[in-house]
Design a protein around this ligand. Structure first.
Ligand code: GL2
Length: 833
């Protein structure tokens, strides 16, 4: 391509080619230019929001210049690329991250100051990009940061939802959902109206003879919807690599379909069709760890998979390579089962459109795909009804049946006298209606399947996917323990701690090699260092106290022990255990003499998180927390000894303030239920200790930081099944301390007891599935140990510093390198200066 452009032309382009600003003055010039021209504002009417927009546009220009160069570099070298397919990318704010990753935050701060603005106020104007529910979506965002930072040629593919996760408002203690329309003036996306893909739905399948007389299937008389690409540049930290996140937006196809209606004078119905097409990418489904089988959700999944695959295949075909080389050029990672249809779509493209033989095509497919499982919770495992799929994607259902047939034939050969295994592993569940088990397609169609923490991956192999281990051997199954990006979760969220660490280690290299943190252990006994460390934690607690004051009106004492649980509200995550523990503490304090109260360690119990709008029990938990807060916080008899806070609308930008401010945080899921958890890592990386169960990544965190630096409690995963079984057969004793808590609730201490009866009944009467009662004693006594430990300030500090020093393992840089080596087989593309 390059050689075909004549030199004089190239010369002219080079001369006027855009350049990124490199210092404060150039930044100011760009900022003022954008404010005065792009935004049509001036010195006299530029508020913080306009200053934000101008700054974002200036940085966007910088990113897009590097983005262009990166894409050219990747095209010319033409090495294997990674495609990360995820229905969720929980990105949060982009400006602060862009400033830090390109290394221009100081220049921006000074430049903004020259022009009359405070950088914090400007950064604070940005609306979070909240295209995700929780950990799964945030993990995808951390992966993009690491992929770019490590210079991997990688693309993210997702949906451009018009509405991200809803905004949560608390009204009279209840959660209310408000739509999150976030797209107005979003400077971080580039619409690509020239990059569109027609996507089919419905219709039926016809067999036709091709030119060689071979029978091929073709999908005809389908409805067509158009996918339009929107690109979001993803800058790496300290590198020129700027990768692409491509989000698809749906709109009515401009093809004949519409025109027929227009010509027939059916204008209104043509417009209605257009709106129905746009509905596909309208809203993010607000469920975390739950699938509800809605047709629109399946439409979203196919729309996004088909558009992304078309794009990937088009890029591959430009290289004119043989199809057999596809897996050497392309690795596709499925973030959960949501993109499983990509496997089917790829097979369809190869056999129906490209004319490959079934086996040849299937070999290419399985070499290309990898599948990450994020949960063992049964309610989260995706199943789609056969009639629904038959209607929406008739050809895909046929291909699924064929895959199943060949698969079951092979299994039957392998286990000749075992009928049971065939029904257990069949892709089709023989229920009414029949259901398609998406996880099974993902396993059968991939060359590697991984879990997200050691315990979770072991549970997959020993329970959920046991039969598949017997069929394929254990090597198809592996573990890649999750991480977090230290750029956002240390450097950006906790700048003071990041610079203190840099001062001690002689630079910021730890941000790209987190294992260097281990050098901090040498300073554990350094008095001055400890003092600074403690000081930073206090400042961060003050910052959170201000947020609490501004958003709830409550004043909390920053000297108190800050005890934080922020994450999606879910029974398995057990916020109910936490709030029952808080009530227990409150009752205890109420029963104490003045003398005894002097020994109490003052505590602030802080909660945050959204409940899925249809998850009644989770909403009841939020309601109880708020009612307890209203009673406790207004009880002058208790004062600062206990405060309870619910932070409204927990999101990424709030997490950046919350994570650096904990003394202790809670990761207390029923053992065996949490895939990994990632906020546990964020809190420890910021010098907070944790109380947790032996679940998810807590176990590996313990192994890394040492069991003297973590507060573990509760039953183990291996005992859960037996305990549930015993409860089911009536062997259940309500913990006596928990009984007192329930009595207080039933005596209407926190308002109408009827509001909370479902919560207490699920434990007392319905088998206590999440083992709240079984773990209660262990939980409250462990909290007593926390209080005790907090009194010894010096030892607490030593634990905090030692833990941070040992967190090197939990960077997504390590995670991405593991995927690259053991699943994708891709190499970074070194950037030459
Ligand atoms: C989750 C798990 O629940 C969580 O433990 C894990 O850390 C993340 C990322 O791997 O994935 N699975 C899931 O369905 N959601 C998660 O957050 N929504």
């Amino acid at each position: 391509v390059e050689a075909s452009i004549p030199e004089p032309l190239r010369e002219a382009w080079r001369k006027y080619s855009a350049h990124e600003f490199t210092n404060k003055d150039e930044f100011e010039r760009e900022l003022v230019r954008h404010i005065e021209t792009t935004l049509a504002r001036s010195l006299y009417n530029c508020d913080d929001l306009a200053a934000y927009s101008g700054t974002a546009l200036a940085f966007r220009d910088r990113l897009i210049i590097e983005w262009n160069r990166t894409q050219q570099r990747q095209t010319f070298t033409d090495q294997k690329r990674v495609y990360y397919l995820s229905l969720e990318f929980l990105m949060g704010r982009a400006l602060d991250n862009a400033m830090l990753n390109v290394g221009m935050k100081d220049a921006a701060r000074e430049g903004l100051q020259d022009l009359g603005f405070r950088i914090e106020d400007v950064i604070g104007q940005e609306h979070d990009a909240a295209l995700g529910n929780g950990g799964l979506g945030r993990l995808a965002a951390c992966f993009l940061d690491s992929l770019a930072t490590l210079n991997y040629p990688a693309w993210g593919y997702g949906l451009r939802y018009r509405y991200g996760i809803f905004k949560q408002e608390i009204v009279n203690g209840y959660q209310m959902e408000v739509p999150d329309y976030w797209l107005d003036n979003n400077p971080w996306e580039f619409p690509r109206h020239d990059i569109t893909v027609d996507i089919q739905f419905y219709g039926h399948v016809k067999k036709k003879q091709d030119e060689n007389g071979k029978l091929v299937a073709s999908w005809v008389e389908a409805e067509v919807v158009q996918a339009v690409a929107y690109d979001v540049p993803i800058p790496g930290y300290g590198t020129k690599t700027t990768n692409n996140l491509r989000l698809w937006s749906s709109k009515a196809s401009s093809g004949e379909f519409d025109f027929q209606k227009f010509n027939a004078g059916d204008y209104e119905s043509a417009v209605a069709d257009q709106q129905s097409a746009e509905t596909i990418s309208a809203v993010l489904y607000p469920n975390d760890n739950l699938e509800r089988g809605k047709e629109l959700r399946l439409k979203q999944q196919y729309f996004w998979c088909a558009a992304s695959l078309y794009d990937i295949v088009r890029r591959f075909k430009k290289t004119k390579r043989a199809w057999s080389e596809f897996p050497d050029q392309v690795a596709i990672q499925l973030n959960d089962t949501h993109p499983t249809l990509a496997i089917i779509e790829m097979q369809r493209i190869l056999i129906d459109i490209e004319g490959l033989e079934w086996d040849e095509a299937w070999t290419i497919v399985t070499k290309t795909f990898g599948y990450t499982n994020h949960t063992v919770l049964p309610e989260a495992l995706e199943k789609w009804s056969v009639p629904l799929m038959q209607n929406l994607l008739p050809r895909h259902l046929q291909i699924i049946y064929d895959i199943n047939l060949y698969f079951l034939q092979a299994v039957e050969k392998q286990f000749p006298n075992d009928r049971e295994i065939l029904s257990r592993v069949s892709i089709i569940e023989e229920s009414h209606p029949k259901m398609v088990r998406m996880a099974y397609i993902a396993i059968i169609g991939s060359h590697k399947v991984n879990g997200v923490a050691e315990l979770h991956s072991d549970l997959l192999k020993s329970t959920l996917f046991k039969d598949f281990v017997d069929i394929y051997g254990v090597d198809r199954f592996t573990n890649v323990t999750n991480g977090v990006t230290p750029r956002r979760w240390l450097h950006q969220a906790n700048p003071a701690l990041s610079s203190l660490i840099a001062e001690k280690l002689g630079g910021h290299e730890f941000l790209t090699d987190l294992t260097l943190l281990d050098k901090l252990e040498a300073f554990v006994d350094d008095k001055d260092f400890r003092r600074q460390w403690a000081h930073i934690k206090s400042d961060n607690k003050l910052r959170l106290a201000r947020l609490i004051k501004d958003t709830t009106g409550y004043t909390v004492n920053p000297e108190s022990l800050f005890d934080i649980q922020v994450k999606r509200i879910h029974e398995y995550k057990r916020q109910q255990l936490n709030i029952f523990g808080v009530i227990h503490r409150y009752l205890k304090i109420k029963g104490m003499s003045a003398e005894e109260r002097k020994k109490v360690v003052p505590r602030v119990s802080i909660f945050g998180g959204k409940a899925a709008p249809g998850y009644w029990m989770a909403k009841t938990i939020i309601h109880l927390i708020n009612k307890v807060a209203a009673v406790v916080n207004n009880d002058s008899d208790v004062g600062d000894l206990l405060k309870v806070i619910f932070i409204e609308d927990y999101n990424v930008s709030k997490a950046e303030i919350i994570c650096p401010a904990s003394d202790i945080s809670e990761h207390i899921s029923t053992a065996g239920t949490e895939g990994s958890g990632t906020s546990n890592m964020k809190f420890v990386l910021n010098g907070g200790l944790i109380i947790g169960t032996c679940d998810g990544a807590n176990i590996e965190i313990t192994r890394e930081i040492g069991d003297q630096n973590i507060f573990l409690f509760g039953n183990l995963a291996e005992d859960v099944e037996d305990l549930r079984h015993r409860h089911f057969y009536g062997d259940f004793q309500l913990d006596p301390a928990l009984e007192k808590v329930f009595k207080a609730i039933k005596d209407n201490m926190f308002g109408d007891a009827g509001d909370f009866s479902a919560l207490t009944a699920s434990i007392e009467e319905h088998g206590d599935y999440y083992l709240v009662s079984d773990d209660f004693h262990s939980y409250v006594t462990t909290h007593e140990m926390v209080d005790e430990a907090f009194l010894n300030k010096e030892e607490w500090l030593a634990k905090s510093i030692t833990s941070v020093a040992r967190m090197g393992f939990f960077s997504t840089d390590r995670v991405i390198n593991e995927y690259a080596d053991s699943i994708w087989n891709v190499e970074p593309l070194a950037v030459k200066d």
